[in-house]
Design a protein around this ligand. Structure first.
Ligand SMILES: *Cc1c(COP(=O)(O)O)cnc(C)c1O
Length: 344
């Protein structure tokens, strides 16, 4: 059966061009800094985000963790969104492995962190309190609905943080979705920030990997942290080769995923019992089911699976559907039809 897999954009497989590039990639020992393909990916990534240097890491989680461990010392505090991936879905790594204290600020509905909330969260110079070191911003913001932050907001956020001696890290797992949706280059979003992690393995279809970017000095320190975390890879060029194809060929087409997410949302919004969280800005459709629906989300998952459609519940009444390279127009129509058949 051809599955329609809407659980996440992480389910994408490498494209034929990626597999060819992987097979042909020149490699070396990347812990010695001698893998030419990894080096090329890192340079390309840094150029894309308008920063000096990049570091190839196995996952977005390791990229964020390495960034936090590089910026913050033990007992220091990172301000994070209360719904952020770093706080909720990275197994508490910053606290478990770095002794970094998290301070949570509730996101605005658009995924931003309000400056007055940040101001209130920054610690005074008082021996009773941890030292505030960093603000983490997520864009696109996953749990807030795949929403993006604007260049203007990010510039203001960076100026705000720097004026207070803080750094800004962006969890930009889907940075390029944010850029494409706004019709801007990624660097327009990230250049004012101190560091950013983005994923190659989601909508960009590479099989493995993320890149952490920042200043040359920051990346030199992050390289040692990556080694501590066990993320120093050897002939990683076979993986980086797919990442280069991702950055060269797969960014612009993300716009198609956004159009299809919108079509899916519009189709679902036409059904009674469906409450959209909002019109999707990028490739995620979040919605809640009315209490009058008697099927549980688990039952709905199972019935959809019988129809060849994989979906993932995100709460007792809530679903998140994600469009990506393997979701075409027919998949969208079949999914809306299946929900109609199930719920009506
Ligand atoms: C996927 C994701 C990450 C990183 O996840 P990995 O699976 O470790 O690559 C980080 N932040 C957000 C918002 C994500 O969606």
């Amino acid at each position: 059966m051809e599955w329609i897999d809407l659980r996440s954009d992480t389910v994408t497989h490498p494209t034929p061009e990626m597999r060819a590039a992987m097979a042909a990639a020149p490699v070396g020992d990347d812990v010695f800094g001698e893998d030419p393909t990894v080096n090329r990916l890192q340079e390309l990534a840094a150029e894309k985000v308008g920063m000096e240097a990049g570091l190839f890491v196995p996952s977005g989680t390791m990229g964020n963790l390495a960034a936090l461990l590089t910026h913050c010392g033990r007992g220091e505090e990172a301000i994070v969104g209360a719904q952020s991936h770093i706080l909720l879905y990275e197994a508490g790594g910053m606290s478990a492995l770095g002794g970094i204290h998290s301070r949570q600020v509730r996101e605005q509905p658009d995924g931003s962190l309000a400056l007055q909330d940040l101001e209130a969260a920054i610690r005074p110079d008082d021996v009773h309190e941890p030292v505030t070191r960093l603000i983490a911003i997520e864009s696109t913001h996953n749990r807030c609905g795949g929403v993006f932050q604007s260049p203007a907001y990010l510039r203001v956020l960076a100026d705000f943080a720097h004026a207070r001696g803080l750094v800004v890290h962006m969890d930009g797992a889907r940075l390029f979705n944010a850029a494409v949706a706004q019709g801007v280059e990624a660097r327009t979003l990230t250049a004012p920030l101190d560091s950013v992690t983005f994923c190659l393995s989601k909508g960009l279809c590479a099989p493995v990997g993320s890149v952490l970017c920042g200043s040359r000095e920051f990346i030199a320190r992050a390289r040692r942290i990556r080694k501590q975390l066990g993320g120093g890879m050897r002939q990683a060029g076979v993986l980086a080769a797919a990442g280069i194809v991702a950055l060269e060929q797969m960014i612009d087409r993300l716009a198609e995923d956004h159009i299809r997410a919108r079509k899916l949302a519009e189709g679902l919004a036409g059904l009674p019992f469906v409450r959209l969280q909002g019109m999707p800005q990028t490739n995620m459709v979040y919605f809640d089911l009315d209490e009058s629906v008697t099927l549980t989300v688990e039952q709905i998952e199972a019935r959809m699976q019988e129809r060849g459609i994989l979906i993932h519940a995100d709460g007792r009444r809530r679903f998140r559907l994600v469009t990506h390279y393997w979701i075409d127009d027919t998949s969208i129509e079949r999914t809306v039809e299946a929900f109609r058949a199930l719920l009506l």
